[in-house]
Design a protein around this ligand. Structure first.
Ligand code: ACO
Length: 363
């Protein structure tokens, strides 16, 4: 790829300074506010990590305060879900989520970072229920985000192992440097358009299959391949057709995405998915072999979305809702970046190089 093309993807451009997270693509390391991901995922709650990200930007940053604040905000957001469910029918879950988030007010008596973070799981759960022909379940303000999301989807409390798995997933994806959706959110925040508009922008960027839209297609790929033995031929055909293998490759990581290992462990811990984990390992090995021989210009490794697909499937969440579930994890990170950008950043306004025709000069 030429340097000019590289520049258009802004590969090595530093567009923000942040205290929030750092992706070390050479070492395969993700640092979140001074902690390696592995110190946090599965060890502390989503509320604790959201609070960690919000330190210095929001008053509520202790685990208990965040939990209470998010509980109250989920209850407040439920009214918007009820009001907009009819308009969301006929839309995909992520489209419905976009509609509902956009309807949140810029100003309310709930701090905006709490409102958006609480609203995403409430909206996503209501949309999933309605798609199944079921009434939405109101939030329980006493629960954590992961437990309440699963309860609102299922209509009954989820087993502790499922809550732990979803909480670990949400921590694993909570923040990830200046990824495309976070950058989009920061660009909007830099204009002072506010939290809701910035988070809507983040969601719109997340929706694409090259970013947060990948895990559903990863499962489609597992289904199409069917058995480990069929993986090599199926994947080779896909590459022959010029397709990208979903769940592989990353702009920053030159080695395996550390989040893939965290989520593989989570998937393996869930009952009933043993065969799917073995199938995934077989597909992963075949894909990495093929990518190493056919795409030598750039090291292509497994990314977070590959094992996300298995975790969310094991949690019995519908695959068309996977991107909305991703947003339920990432939203606290977007909110932190929006607050940081508002506090420390300038208007983001790069230049373009004009390559169109010049006006004809009058003779
Ligand atoms: N399968 C096959 N080929 C790939 C893949 C892939 N998954 N990823 C990149 N390539 C190829 C490209 O086609 C290109 O080959 P070429 O030079 O022969 O045309 C070469 O590798 C370089 O790719 P880039 O376009 O430079 O990769 P970029 O950094 O722009 O893309 C991305 C990163 C979008 C993640 C890409 O790897 C991809 O499309 N992966 C599949 C989708 C996916 O898994 N997305 C989730 C990413 S994680 C996240 O966002 C949360």
């Amino acid at each position: 790829m030429s340097p000019a093309t590289n520049a258009l993807g802004l590969d090595d451009v530093v567009a923000a300074e942040t205290v929030l997270s750092h992706v070390d693509g050479e070492a395969g390391r993700l640092i979140i506010r001074g902690h390696d991901l592995q110190e946090l995922a599965g060890r502390v709650s989503y509320e604790a990590v959201a609070g960690l990200l919000w330190v210095g930007f929001a008053e509520e940053n202790g685990e208990t305060a965040v939990r209470l604040g998010l509980g109250r905000a989920r209850v407040a957001a439920f009214g918007t879900a009820l009001a907009l469910l009819p308009q969301a029918s006929g839309l995909t879950p992520v489209e419905g989520l976009r509609l509902m988030l956009a309807a949140l007010p810029d100003a309310s008596n709930i701090p905006a970072h709490l409102l958006v973070t609480a609203a995403v799981p409430v909206f996503a759960a209501a949309i999933v229920r309605r798609k199944q022909g079921l009434d939405p379940v109101p939030p329980d303000a006493a629960l954590g985000q992961a437990a309440d999301f699963l309860r609102m989807v299922r209509g009954k409390p989820a087993p502790a192992a499922h809550v732990r798995a979803l909480d670990t997933y949400m921590v694993t994806v909570i923040d990830h440097g200046l990824n495309a959706s976070t950058f989009a959110a920061r660009v909007v925040a830099a204009t002072r358009a506010g939290m809701v508009s910035s988070v809507v922008a983040g969601l719109c960027a997340l929706k694409g299959p090259l970013h947060g839209g990948a895990p559903g297609p990863v499962l489609d790929m597992f289904d199409a391949i069917g058995t480990e033995g069929a993986a090599g031929a199926w994947l080779a055909d896909a590459l022959d057709r010029g397709e990208r293998l979903m769940g592989f490759g990353h702009r920053v990581y030159k080695v395996r995405d550390p989040r893939a290992d965290v989520l593989k462990t989570v998937a393996s811990s869930l009952k009933g998915v043993g065969n799917r984990v073995r199938l995934a390992e077989g597909i992963e090995a075949a894909a990495l072999d093929l990518l190493a021989t056919r795409k030598q210009a750039k090291p292509l490794q497994t990314n977070v979305e590959f094992y996300t697909a298995l975790v969310l499937e094991a949690l019995e969440l519908p695959r068309e809702a996977f991107t909305a579930v991703f947003a339920a994890g990432r939203v606290a990170g977007w909110a932190a970046h929006v607050m940081e950008q508002e506090r420390t950043g300038r208007l983001i306004r790069p230049q373009s190089r004009y390559i169109g025709p010049l006006p004809q000069r009058a003779a």
